[in-house]
Design a protein around this ligand. Structure first.
Ligand code: HSE
Length: 355
């Protein structure tokens, strides 16, 4: 059995769902993968819960939190005021799971957490897009110099496999273009508008009621969430150093009922597409609403489903769709990356697709 010592930073919906999955899948992880994950610390805003020896008793932790208790006050394990940086600098662990809220201004506190973990030679698995969108080169270089690895399935459309397909499943092929429906909220809104003639405001409210929209839904509808994901995907698949300003981004707020009607009359379907395509030797990465032909492999991806399609030189076109848009789906992507830290020794190394 391979023990894996894990520090979790961020105990919101995704962090909790991850701890819950680890707790419920312990036996499965042991039987199928020979893994014995041990969560030695969970960090939240007010402090941490820590058990460096045996790992935290996850059922006790979950029960306390369900009763409204903050983790830093849990009996025997709570450490009020202990920060993620303190924990990462003072405890031995193999993997950081970073699930604090995304901050696209300075990437904090996740940038500090990830930097501390990589400096210690740990592997990092992040659901947080901020530090990897803003500081990918810096973090990748640090990881490479210290022998750690950076995994980010949960930040790149979560339960929908994107990077795994683009690196592992297409090994040996060159990817020549990528296009994706990478945001469930906007796809939900466009589907409701296109299929039922639902108005924009009603469809957005319904997406918020489903819990798939960001707390600030402008991140979804102005295309910023899609932009963040396509930056992460393009940087990794095409060995780029793209920043926020490199991606021309248009969301769906300017899509009118007339645009939807016109697309429908032409037998097309309107989708918000994040894409990376080679043009004249340059990779052009953008986010924009596109009217797709009905035969396009992403045209049938509806409501909160997402999808990604890869053009390759030797495998033809490969499209993947689906995956839960939910905290559990994001947690499942974190767990998948955790398993991958053990079964793919060099899996996070950049794979170059260049024309
Ligand atoms: N708000 C996002 C979506 C989920 O609608 O897909 C997190 O990336």
């Amino acid at each position: 059995m391979t023990p894996i010592r894990i520090i979790v930073c961020g105990y919101g919906n995704v962090g909790r769902a991850f701890v819950n999955l680890v707790a419920t899948k312990q036996a499965d992880l042991a039987t199928r993968y020979g893994l014995a994950p041990k969560i030695v610390a969970v960090v939240d805003i007010g402090g941490a819960a820590v058990d460096a020896t045996d790992g935290l008793p996850l059922d006790q932790l979950q029960a306390a939190v369900e009763n409204g208790q903050a983790i830093e006050t849990v009996a025997d394990f709570g450490r009020p005021g202990l920060s993620g940086k303190d924990v990462l600098q003072s405890m031995q662990a193999d993997v950081l799971v970073e699930a604090t809220p995304t901050n696209l201004t300075d990437g904090e506190p996740a940038r500090t957490h990830i930097t501390a973990a990589l400096t210690n030679g740990m592997d990092v698995i992040t659901a947080n897009k901020g530090p990897v969108v803003l500081f990918y080169d810096e973090l990748r270089t640090l990881a490479q110099s210290k022998g750690g690895r950076l995994f980010m399935s949960a930040a790149t459309a979560a339960a929908l496999p994107t990077l795994d397909v683009g690196r592992l499943c297409t090994a040996g092929a060159q990817i020549t273009a990528v296009e994706g429906i990478l945001n469930g909220t906007t796809n939900y809104i466009l589907t409701r508008m296109g299929q039922e003639g639902c108005d924009y405001a009603t469809a957005l409210q319904a997406a918020q009621d489903l819990g798939i929209a960001e707390t600030d839904p402008t991140l979804d509808v102005e295309g910023l969430d899609t932009r963040n994901k396509i930056i992460l995907i393009a940087n990794q698949l095409f060995d780029q150093s793209l920043g926020l300003a490199d991606v021309d981004t248009t969301g769906i707020t300017g899509v009118s009922p007339e645009d939807m009607d016109r697309a429908k009359a032409d037998g097309k379907v309107m989708k918000l597409i994040g894409s990376a395509r080679w043009q004249d030797g340059k990779l052009v990465v953008k986010v924009a609403p596109e009217a797709l032909e009905a035969s396009h492999p992403l045209a049938g991806v509806h409501l909160s489903e997402k999808g990604i399609s890869f053009d390759t030189d030797s495998m033809g076109r490969i499209t993947v769709t689906g995956g839960h848009s939910s905290p559990t789906g994001a947690a499942a992507a974190l767990l998948k990356d955790l398993i991958h830290t053990q079964i793919f020794s060099s899996f996070s190394k950049t794979r170059k697709n260049k024309k």
